[in-house]
Design a protein around this ligand. Structure first.
Ligand SMILES: CC(C)(COP(=O)(O)OP(=O)(O)OC[C@H]1O[C@@H](n2cnc3c(N)ncnc32)[C@H](O)[C@@H]1OP(=O)(O)O)[C@@H](O)C(=O)NCCC(=O)NCCS
Length: 166
């Protein structure tokens, strides 16, 4: 049985574990330095929980996946979404995104954005199925440009795309 609920502080170390395990999906893509990557910090997890933008999905009593976000002015940015490989391809990721969007709207978000890789089927194509559309570079908001600049040292920005829920 799966259940989506708000995260609590005691979940954070498991969320970091899920993120690292989920990243294995990228190992052969060359898109991420899996062994060198940093997971979302404790501070960012705490901030997401305090903002009401951290959700976990439990399956059989175990945390199977999570979605966390942050405010960017009047919009919500879906910062991280991960499902433990043992629980992938069962609809948990899609259910987390839908619920995250519902919670963001309930909190008053104008729009919901995310940034992801263009090509892997579990990234931009996955989000397109859920109603997200690519944002043209000419439509980037200032915080998007700033976020990309902060990622330029460890991500090839040509492989990335911002998306907005249509
Ligand atoms: C992205 C992620 C959270 C999806 O979680 P999930 O629970 O496996 O996803 P779902 O079961 O809800 O799949 C939804 C759709 O995504 C696609 N998809 C998901 N995983 C896929 C994979 N490994 N290969 C191909 N397509 C995949 C499928 O098309 C599926 O659609 P369908 O149900 O119509 O077949 C998971 O793959 C993950 O943790 N990936 C690593 C981290 C990551 O990429 N996070 C997002 C970064 S922005």
């Amino acid at each position: 049985m799966t259940d989506i609920r708000s995260s609590i502080m005691a979940d954070i170390f498991r969320l970091q574990e899920v993120e690292r395990a989920a990243a294995e999906l990228f190992r052969d893509t060359g898109l991420i330095d899996i062994d060198g990557m940093a997971v979302v910090s404790l501070t960012d997890h705490v901030a997401a929980i305090e903002a009401g933008l951290s959700l976990v999905c439990e399956s059989g009593g175990r945390i199977a996946g999570f979605a966390i976000g942050e405010w960017q002015e009047r919009d919500v940015y879906l910062h991280e979404l991960d499902v433990d490989p043992a629980f992938q391809k069962r609809g948990i990721g899609a259910a987390l995104v839908r619920r995250f969007v519902d919670e963001s709207r309930a909190l008053g978000a104008r729009d919901v954005y995310l940034a992801t890789f263009r090509d892997p089927p579990w990234n931009a194509p996955f989000y397109r199925k859920l109603g997200f559309r690519d944002v043209a570079r000419s439509d980037y908001l200032p915080w998007m440009t700033a976020l990309e600049e902060s990622q330029a040292s460890f991500l090839d920005l040509a492989t990335r795309v911002f998306m907005k829920l249509a």
